[in-house]
Design a protein around this ligand. Structure first.
Ligand code: PEP
Ligand code: MN
Length: 276
C-alpha cells in the first residue's frame, strides 16, 4: 500500500464555488460536450455528468476549429443554454473565450473561462481575461514549452487575476497514432515551478475515446489536480470531436476508475451534486 500523497504544499487552491476548488485535496473533474449543440443535449449531459460525480460542466459556444469549413459552435446563442443547463444541474460551468471582444459577454454566463490551446499566446486575450477577475483554465499550446506556458499564465496574473488553473492537453510530436502526445512529465514539472493547480485533458490528447481512461488514470497518478473530459449523449453524432467523446455510461465508469486511483493517492474526488 502506498503512503497517502499530500497535494503539493506549494499549490495555492483556485476557488470557483465553495464546492468546486482546484488544487485542494479533492480532484475536480470538468465534463461535457466539445460544443453545445442545443438545449436538450446540454441539459441531459449536465445531469448525467453531475450524477456521475463531475464538479463542473463544460461546453463550447465559440469553437476554434482548424478548418473554417467545420462546425464553429453555436456562438453567443449557446451561452444562455449552457448556463441554464448548469444551473438546473447545480454545477458551475466553463466555456472557451477566443477573442478579447467576447470576454464581457462570456463572463455573464460562465463561472470559469477557458483559454484554448490555439489561443495560449493571444496576449490581448490573456490581458482581457486577466482584467475580468473570473477564474481561468489556461490550456497549453500545441507546441508550447513549459516556460512559454508559464509565461502565458503570468500575462493573466500581471493584470491582477491570480485564479489560473493550468491544463496539459497534449503536445505535437512526431507521433501520429494519437491526436497529440500527453506530456505527463509536465505535471510534476509545473507543480515544482509554480503554485498554480494543474489539470489534464485526456480527450484532446488521445483523440480517441478508448485512450481517455488510461490517460486519465495516468494523469491522476502523476499528481494532476483534476481532469477535463469530453462527454456527449450520442458520441457518434457529436458535431465536433466525435471520436474522443465518451457516452454517459463510459464516463460513469471512468469516474469509478478515477475514484480508485484517487483513493490510492489519498486524494478524494469532488462529489458536487451527488450524495456522499
Ligand atoms: C476544447 O476544449 O474543446 C478544445 C478546443 O481544446 P484545445 O484548445 O485544447 O484544443
Ligand atoms: Mn473538443
Amino acid at each position: 500500500m502506498l503512503a497517502p500523497t499530500e497535494p503539493s504544499t506549494r499549490t495555492r487552491p483556485v476557488t470557483v464555488t465553495a464546492a468546486c476548488v482546484f488544487g485542494d485535496r479533492e480532484l475536480v473533474v470538468i465534463a461535457g460536450p466539445c460544443a453545445v449543440e442545443g438545449i436538450e443535449m446540454i441539459r441531459a449531459t449536465a445531469r448525467a455528468v453531475r450524477d456521475a460525480g463531475a464538479g463542473m460542466l463544460r461546453g463550447g459556444a465559440f469553437k476554434p476549429r482548424t478548418s473554417p469549413h467545420s462546425f464553429q459552435g453555436m456562438g453567443a446563442e449557446a451561452l444562455p443554454l449552457l448556463a441554464q443547463a448548469a444551473r438546473e444541474a447545480g454545477l458551475p460551468v466553463i466555456t472557451e473565450v477566443g477573442d478579447p471582444r467576447q470576454v464581457d459577454l462570456v463572463v455573464q454566463h460562465a463561472d470559469m473561462l477557458q483559454i484554448g490551446a490555439r489561443s495560449m499566446q493571444n496576449y490581448p486575450l490573456l490581458a482581457e481575461v486577466g482584467l475580468s477577475r473570473k477564474p481561468v483554465v489556461l490550456k497549453r499550446g500545441l507546441a508550447a514549452t513549459l516556460k512559454e506556458f508559464l509565461l502565458a499564465a503570468e500575462h493573466i496574473q500581471v493584470r491582477g487575476n491570480e485564479a489560473v488553473v493550468l491544463c496539459e492537453r497534449g503536445i505535437r510530436t512526431f507521433e501520429t497514432a494519437s491526436r497529440f502526445t500527453l506530456d505527463l512529465t509536465a505535471i510534476p514539472l509545473l507543480k515544482q515551478e509554480t503554485h498554480l493547480p494543474v489539470i489534464v485533458d485526456p480527450s484532446h490528447a488521445g483523440g480517441k475515446a478508448h485512450l481517455v481512461p488510461p490517460l486519465a488514470r495516468a494523469a491522476v497518478a502523476a499528481g494532476a489536480d483534476g481532469l477535463m473530459v469530453e462527454v456527449h449523449p450520442r458520441p457518434a453524432e457529436s458535431r465536433s470531436d466525435a471520436d474522443q467523446a465518451l457516452g454517459f455510461a463510459e464516463f460513469a465508469d471512468l469516474m469509478r476508475q478515477v475514484d480508485r486511483c484517487a483513493a490510492v493517492l489519498g486524494r478524494a474526488r469532488g462529489m458536487t451534486g451527488v450524495e456522499q
